[in-house]
Design a protein around this ligand. Structure first.
Ligand code: CU
Ligand code: CU
Length: 340
């Protein structure tokens, strides 16, 4: 081989190596990234209260969630323990957050002694397969594209559905709009309203479900994020001037949530959490059982500035049963919590 041909071969070889390296880099960049969350290993934080703060969704275009179903003891009011049925070990279950257009992979494993199922309101998918029964010891996997933005309910749909929801089988799924929310929020919180219908189990002193009370809509507790009054003891804390976005899902099973903040108005409400459904200057907005909405407000100096604000369902019979919490703005003095 002449030295010229040698040089040419060497040049072609190095170009080929560079091309392969380039393909490897771009190929790696193009492969869809997968973000996996296993709620069996990393349950949602519920101590000292169910963590209402939500982190932004990852940028991975495929989101995979592993969700165990178990039966276990939960605290539905201070010192009151209830035999619940759980997604991800907590009530509500974990918060799922994805971006509009993401592919969502679900793996649910039933570690409880009876059949359950899972129903995603965010999914356009034939229910007969994806939402069908999962027998004890079995798993179900399916996937869907999160095509619609919103604050969605997820729940067990096994008959009688009233029983499965009243026992705690629900959680929130947030689908952020592809174009964003149009405003920057300083804090974001998720609040899931629900009711419990409990009676004393004479065998162990814990609470168990009262099916008759549920059928008659006679709730014993109405709660945000699974426990009565928890955010009165541990308020949501924001700074003066913060814009706050609330993702509110009403799991029911029976009541409407009339969401309201005492001392503030909502700059914007997006019924169902779709930014195309925008309402402005709203005092109270009703969320049907099985629905959701996104609320934005600003705790502005000179208006709703430093101080205490109660968030409630404005159906006060329900607020008195636990569906009331406090938002603490800045560091107000005195006892502003006495009012609600
Ligand atoms: Cu169930
Ligand atoms: Cu449903």
């Amino acid at each position: 081989m002449s030295s010229r041909r040698k040089a040419l071969t060497g040049m072609l070889l190095s170009m080929a190596v560079a091309a392969v390296a380039f393909l490897a880099v771009t190929g790696a960049r193009r492969a869809p990234s997968v973000a996996l969350v296993d709620f069996g290993k990393a349950p949602h934080a519920v101590t000292p209260v169910y963590d209402a703060a939500v982190a932004p969704a990852s940028s991975a275009s495929i989101k995979e969630f592993h969700i165990p179903i178990t039966h276990g003891r939960i605290e539905i009011a201070p010192g009151k323990f209830y035999e619940g049925w759980l997604f991800g070990g907590t009530v509500p279950g974990p918060v799922l957050r994805v971006n509009q257009g993401d592919r969502v992979r679900i793996v649910v494993t039933n570690e409880s002694p009876m059949p359950h199922s899972i129903d995603f309101h965010a999914a356009r998918i034939p229910m007969n397969d994806a939402f069908g029964p999962i027998l004890p010891g079995q798993s179900k996997s399916f996937e869907f594209t999160a095509g619609d933005p919103g604050a969605f309910m997820v729940h067990c749909g096994t008959a009688p559905v009233l029983t499965h929801i009243m026992n705690g089988m629900y959680f929130a799924m947030i689908v952020d709009p592809a174009g964003g929310w149009g405003t920057r929020a300083d804090k974001e919180y998720v609040l899931v309203q629900s009711e419990f219908y409990a009676q004393l189990d004479s065998a162990n002193g814990d609470l168990v479900m009262d099916r008759h009370a549920a059928a008659e809509r006679e709730a014993t507790q109405v709660v945000f994020n699974g426990q009565a009054f928890q955010y009165k003891q541990h308020p949501l804390e924001v700074a003066e001037g913060d814009r706050v976005r609330f993702f509110v899902v009403n799991a029911g099973p029976n009541f409407t949530s009339d969401f309201h903040i005492v001392g503030a108005l909502f700059d914007r409400v997006y019924p169902d959490g779709n930014p195309r459904n925008v309402l402005e200057g709203v005092q109270t907005w009703g969320i049907p059982a099985g629905g959701g909405a996104v609320f934005e407000t600003t705790f502005e100096k000179g208006k709703s500035g430093e101080g205490m604000y109660a968030f409630v369902t404005h159906a006060f019979a329900d607020a008195e049963k636990g569906a009331v919490g406090i938002i603490k703005v800045g560091n107000p003095g005195g006892n502003a919590m006495a009012m609600h």
